[in-house]
Design a protein around this ligand. Structure first.
Ligand code: ADP
Length: 660
């Protein structure tokens, strides 16, 4: 807002008014005024008062010495209220220095017009924008007076402000949306760009946009297509909408979308107004989405699993397209899982729980049920799923994955059957072994029974004495009880070996298990002239196992050892049984003989079923022993001894609770 020289505005009126004022001032009060002149003054005073221009007369000190009615009214005052006040009162505090400068300039340059635009404050505090035209004139007495004519430009100013603001909003919106605008006169090739368009094309805002420069920026592979599209649109006067790439100075690629509306100017020539949007981020996101979708599809198509979706009523709405079309059951759409599964009636509790989970909209895991493949062959399916919801939290259904677990389940079932068969076999061989041990067992029972009879006889003899020796009789009865217990222990043990097939795991002391087993074969050893040496470590940490099965293994190994030493006549037939702690996590048990020994070739085959070198052998013993030990997570192996004979080694893990 610099005061400048104005050429015409208000000049003649102002000159005339000053003239009038001069006239009024010079008329002598007592002299008879010229009637015509008075009339003219009156008329011009009317013009002055009501002319829709605000007039102010200000003295060099800035005091208002006159203002027209219109001018005062525009500011919400009466003329009388303003006259005599400083003109600065109708300006903003911060504008007052400027006003002073303007007045000073006018005073320095008498008779020259100056123009500026400034805000004025009305009496009620509201703002008025004015364009002021001012000039200093000399009064008749030679004193200067500043004459100011003001035009209300508030509306224009407001429109200008609004325009400036909307331009600022537009620029901001363009920047935020990465959308620039452009104009293109096809006939002349004249192009205009908004600030954002310059930014998108990374061109200097100072340069005039030109088609060759623009084409240069477009990716070489897209240039021809862009030229074709825009060329055709220009020829036919049609709108266009296309996407292309820009190759930036740093070698990076930008994707843009340009949309243009065709219009005709007054001369009928085609011109376009359009927008250009930087869609690189969107393209990038689309690509990532496509990639991840493709990745998901690849996984889905190559996995042996298949994916499903169910609706709010738990009916299947979608089953993934799958390469393995046989496994994925057909015709599932519209069915519920319990419609599909033939076991739904057989296992009501499982399905009741499953439906309760679905109704509660909670995820479920590893539900296994029976189904049928496309050929109608029964299969086992394992499925997991989780609920999904819309943005408002409304339940839409479940999504999940199914796996054909038929093979695994069949393998489990086969393993179960095998375990049962093995247990049966173990039982049968145990009973067979017991049959072979009849003599031993009978001896084990006969011995205490014979002692019972002998002690009973003795007891009678003590009682028949006169006086009866009650003390001795009592001792005999105590021995009878002890022997009776021994016999009944043996019977109980034999019954356990003969009867039980169920496995009963418990923490066990390996040395005790060995002692009990040895007790049963004592007689067998004696009859074969075999002596047993027990090197059992006391206070061993416990193992975890089935006592009967482990004793079966030991009896088997002992019997094999006895048989292996049958042909030994040149040295004592000795069987050594050891137990020890390996110091870490296992108990080692070994059964060593000094019999025929094992050849290198035989070592690998000993444990295979039906391998036997005995005429009456079955060849099942060692194979059963190994499977029993492996069920106990242990190992059974054989090795020839340096000095002849063989040693069988058993390794059994410690009971976990007792492991260090
Ligand atoms: P069987 O005793 O019915 O033959 P096993 O499976 O118990 O069945 O034993 C298989 C074979 O392993 C025996 O026939 C024998 O050749 C060999 N064998 C087993 N124990 C010994 C041993 N202590 N010394 C030498 N060979 C043995």
């Amino acid at each position: 807002m610099k005061p400048g020289r104005a050429a015409t505005f208000g000049k003649s009126a102002a000159q005339f008014l000053v003239g009038c004022v001069r006239q009024t001032v010079t008329v002598k009060p007592h002299a008879e005024p010229d009637r015509g002149l008075l009339e003219a003054v009156k008329q011009w005073q009317q013009v002055f008062e009501h002319n829709p221009v605000m007039y102010f007369m200000v003295d060099p000190a800035g005091t208002v010495i006159n203002v027209n009615t219109f001018g005062a009214a525009q500011l919400g005052y009466t003329a009388a209220e303003l006259i005599g006040r400083s003109v600065l009162d109708v300006f903003f505090e911060e504008d007052r220095d400027f006003v002073r400068a303007c007045v000073a300039l006018c005073l320095e340059t008498v008779d020259q017009s100056h123009t500026w635009e400034i805000r004025k404050v009305r009496k009620d505090g509201s703002v008025l924008w004015v364009r002021e035209n001012a000039k200093t004139m000399l009064r008749a007495d030679g004193g200067p007076i500043v004459l100011v004519a003001c035009e209300n430009i508030t509306e224009r100013k407001e429109a200008e402000n609004a325009l400036r603001q909307s331009e600022a909003y537009l620029a901001q919106a363009q920047e935020l949306s990465h959308t620039g605008s452009f104009g293109w006169r096809a006939a002349t090739g004249e192009i205009t760009w908004s600030k954002e368009t310059y930014r998108i094309f990374q061109c200097d805002e100072g340069t005039k946009p030109q088609i060759p420069v623009m084409l240069q920026r477009i990716h070489p592979e897209d240039r021809l297509a862009v030229q074709r599209t825009t060329g055709r649109a220009a020829r036919e006067g049609r709108d266009y909408d296309h996407e292309y790439r820009l190759l930036m100075a740093d070698g990076s690629i930008k994707y843009v979308r340009a949309v243009a509306r065709a219009m005709r100017d007054s001369g009928g020539r085609v011109e376009f107004v359009g927008s250009v949007t930087d869609i690189t981020a969107t393209k990038e996101a689309e690509r990532r989405l496509r990639d991840s979708e493709q990745r998901f599809r690849d996984y889905a198509e190559t996995a042996s699993d298949w994916f499903w979706e169910t609706g709010p009523d738990h009916r299947v709405t979608l089953v993934s397209q799958h390469s393995d079309t046989i496994t994925v059951p057909a015709g599932l759409i519209g069915l519920t899982r319990w419609d599909i599964a033939p076991d739904a009636d057989l296992e009501p509790e499982k399905w009741r729980q499953h439906r309760a989970a679905l109704d509660a909209h909670i995820p479920f895991r590893d539900l296994v049920y029976r189904s049928k493949d496309r050929n109608g062959t029964p299969i086992y399916v394992r499925t997991s799923g989780k609920p999904f919801f819309d943005a408002d939290g409304n339940f839409l259904g479940y999504r999940g994955v199914c796996t054909d677990v038929t093979a695994a389940i069949r393998a489990d079932q086969a393993e179960d059957a095998l375990r049962k068969a093995q247990a049966e076999l173990a039982h049968v061989t145990r009973v067979t072994t017991l049959g072979e041990l009849t003599a031993s067992i009978a001896h084990e029972i006969n011995q205490p029974l014979a002692a019972v009879i002998a002690n009973a006889d003795a007891c009678l003899a003590w009682l028949q004495r006169s006086p009866p020796d009650l003390k001795a009789a009592r001792r005999s009865v105590e021995w009878i009880i002890e022997d009776g217990k021994r016999a009944s222990d043996v019977i109980r043990h034999v019954r356990a070996l003969a009867k039980r097939t169920e496995i009963e795991m418990a923490p066990l002391d390996a040395s005790l298990v060995i002692r009990e087993a040895v007790a049963l074969v004592q007689r067998e050893m004696a009859s074969h002239a075999v002596s047993v040496r027990l090197e059992l470590s006391p206070a061993l940490p416990k193992i975890y196992g089935d006592r009967i099965q482990l004793q079966q293994v030991l009896i088997n190994l002992i019997m094999n050892g006895i048989e292996a030493m049958d042909g030994v006549h040149d040295r004592p037939r000795e069987l050594t049984i050891r137990s020890a702690d390996d110091g870490e996590s296992a108990i080692l048990v070994s059964v060593a003989d000094c019999g025929v020994g094992i050849s290198e070739q035989a070592i690998d085959r000993l444990f295979t079923p039906f391998f036997t070198t005995k005429s009456a052998g079955m060849g099942m013993g060692l194979s059963i022993c190994r499977s029993i030990i492996e069920t106990h997570r242990g190992r059974l192996s054989a090795a020839p001894n340096q000095s002849g004979g063989a040693t069988f080694h058993i390794t059994l893990p410690l009971h976990r609770e007792e492991a260090p």
